[in-house]
Design a protein around this ligand. Sequence first.
Ligand SMILES: [Zn+2]
Ligand SMILES: [Zn+2]
Length: 164
Amino acid sequence: MHIGVIPVGNVDAKILKYVCDALHEIFDVPAEVKDAQPIPKHAYVEKREQYLASAFVSIAARGECDKNIAITDVDAYSPELNFVFGQAELGGKGCMISIHRLRSFNSGTLEERVKKEAVHEIGHTLGLSHCQDKKCVMSYSPSINGVDYKGRTLCPRCERLCSR
Ligand SMILES: [Zn+2]
Ligand SMILES: [Zn+2]
């Protein structure tokens, strides 16, 4: 299995490296940065001044690797939520993360947050649902505190269920 990391719009090269490192570390598969893609114009929703996360998942789902993650710096949301850190197709090929809200507090922990969210979303593409273990990377963490609380590794149960 290969994982493609697709920057959408301008994304700091350091962030892309964090993502590749974490995916390789946790899933033990190669992860490589692909060519940057433009932010799709139709993703922008003017009345919210935000971007639809699903548009980025679609870009990733068209990626050439077995699993693909789109990374963007713009503020992403899904219709039922104020914002999202990421979104994925459960058991599918594509997922996305936005780093926009991950840097909103202490930037010193941005690296860890980006790694956790990337592992979480790729975990969904590998068939993993949300986990009740608050320390597991697959726990649902809609707030930055939840992201900071959890680790970046899979709990033993998720590790067993993960179909890579
Ligand atoms: Zn999730
Ligand atoms: Zn778990």
